[in-house]
Design a protein around this ligand. Sequence first.
Ligand SMILES: C[S@@+](CC[C@H](N)C(=O)[O-])C[C@H]1O[C@@H](n2cnc3c(N)ncnc32)[C@H](O)[C@@H]1O
Length: 274
Amino acid sequence: MDTDLAAEWRAMVLATREPDGPTPGDRWARRAGRFDRRSREAGAADPLVDVLGAHLAPGDEVVDVGAGAGRHVVPLARRCRRVVAVEPSASMREHLERRVAEEGLANVDVVADRWPSAARVEGDVVLSAHVLYGVEDAPAFLHAMDVAARRLCALCLGVVAPADALAPLRASVHGAAFPRRPAALDALALLHRLGLPAELQLLPGSERDLDFGATDDEVDELCLRVNVDPDALGRARVRRALETIAPADAAGRHRLGRTGPNALVTWRARAARG
Ligand SMILES: C[S@@+](CC[C@H](N)C(=O)[O-])C[C@H]1O[C@@H](n2cnc3c(N)ncnc32)[C@H](O)[C@@H]1O
């Protein structure tokens, strides 16, 4: 019997869904500042934009679905005619809009919406980076990308979902193993099942060490990533788990392995398939 990949995807998302936290409707409220900081630290160097760049022309309009704090929006806006950043989280949008203004980019439009977007959004290339892990109805999301793109659709996803790179810490904190989230290979299989002939390519330089100190700031970040409130009790739980699974080295760092590599999954959009 044929496996229902869309149902499997939905089941994985529902089994790993986390509560919004203290800002109902905006699960990113407590992490948007860190996304902003990381995207500023990365600057212009971005393995995704480097590889996607080969598919882009200066006259292109690019839609970035789930643009977050603008990690890819800024370098894309420097390469292309226009970028449409679709972002439903108010906290992410606040950082994104501030960053776009600071960079003096006049060719970025921000759309406050959830994909599949109610607004009529289209572009030569439609990109979505690190969004699909939590999307229940993946076929609707992917079909909408296919329709919105005039030439190319692109997904950037981890070969393993980034949150799952912290699975041992999460299991130690909660005393239970969690199911995995869908990631790049699941997306590739689902796209083929949907009749969208996609290709996958690994992004060089997209692996990162997961290496944390025990400062409040770093432990707070870990608390949020393993779904623990970053209060005194939560920090103590995470510090205990860190010592158990990855005792601090001589430099006081807890080495939790690596995340990535990420993959770029691309397919020719319906309008270009003829
Ligand atoms: C992990 S962040 C990735 C942000 C950015 N693409 C990056 O790679 O840095 C996921 C983002 O996707 C957004 N998002 C989640 N579901 C979405 C949906 N259905 N449509 C559009 N954006 C969505 C979230 O609000 C969040 O900003």
